[in-house]
Design a protein around this ligand. Structure first.
Ligand code: 13P
Length: 267
């Protein structure tokens, strides 16, 4: 049973790609090519391209439904943090933010404790959060993937007011071994992990055993494999990396997501 309110979401994480000029043009092209009103579309360019993407989307007739997201946010509200960006600074530029991406866990040493503070900062300012979790290959091979993801979900939401964050929260299950490798998870693996994630949310006190929280899959998603994930009732869309820089790919991914969104609306 899928709660009627659970949307289908396709978010593009552009990572460290695109200059502001390139980003504006790419966003406008993707907005035009993915005009699916039933799918929540989010584009997450680098910080320096947020304004260009916002402006390009505003100028695109009929594309106003595409939201802008940041790829990260600092865990403090303000202060002596050279090179960092606070949630408050994102106001007017982004309405979503990716938190806890595995590349930041890896490169910036982000811990679950730090990530929970970022979630709190996003909540303070009303940003919608895409919280990323996912195991390394070693964890999966050792049979620890579910434990690891459970720990990440609990730790990343530790101390955060469950009722307040619930309407703003989306979780992206991104197994690290699938990111940028061309080796995507099976739809059934993603569905199994969505069940683990929702059971964990239920244990934290989320309503309806976590069933109201969207869970996305991320990791080598393309137009040719998106159907594997959208066929799973527990998966509500995708967080797309490399393919989100390609308008043809995004068009295919969002079109397939639209089929699921319409089928759900008819239930
Ligand atoms: P790829 O789609 O390039 O594997 O990246 C996934 C990802 O990390 C999205 O956040």
């Amino acid at each position: 049973m899928i709660p009627a309110m659970r949307p289908v979401i396709v978010a593009g994480n552009w990572k460290m790609h695109t200059t502001p000029a390139e980003a504006g043009e790419l966003a406008a092209t993707i907005a035009r090519r993915t005009n699916e009103p039933d799918v929540v579309r989010v584009l997450c360019p680098p910080f320096v391209s947020l304004a260009a993407v916002r402006d390009a989307l505003e100028a695109e007739p009929g594309a106003g439904a595409v939201a802008v997201g940041a790829q990260n946010v600092h865990h403090e509200t303000t202060g002596p943090y050279t090179g960092e960006v606070s949630a408050h600074m994102l106001q007017g530029l982004a309405s979503w933010v990716i938190v806890g991406h595995s590349e930041r866990r890896r490169d910036a040493g982000e811990t679950d404790e730090l990530i929970s503070r970022k979630v709190q900062r996003a909540l303070d300012t009303g940003l919608r959060v895409i919280l990323c979790v996912g195991e390394q290959l070693e964890d999966r091979e050792a049979g620890h993937a579910a434990d690891l993801v459970r720990t990440q979900v609990r730790g990343s939401l530790d101390g955060v007011d469950v009722a307040a964050i619930a309407p703003l929260l989306t979780i992206a299950y991104e197994p690290v071994w699938a990111i940028g490798t061309g080796r995507h998870a099976q739809g059934s693996d993603a569905a199994a992990m969505a069940a683990v994630i929702r059971a964990t949310l239920g244990g934290l006190g989320f309503d309806d055993r976590g069933e109201e929280i969207p869970v996305l899959y991320g990791g080598s998603v393309s137009s040719s494999n998106i159907g594997d994930f959208m066929d799973e009732p527990s998966i509500d869309g995708a967080l797309v990396g490399g393919a989100s820089l390609k308008p043809d790919e995004m068009a295919g991914i969002v079109a397939r997501a639209g089929l699921t969104a319409r089928a759900r609306a008819q239930r």
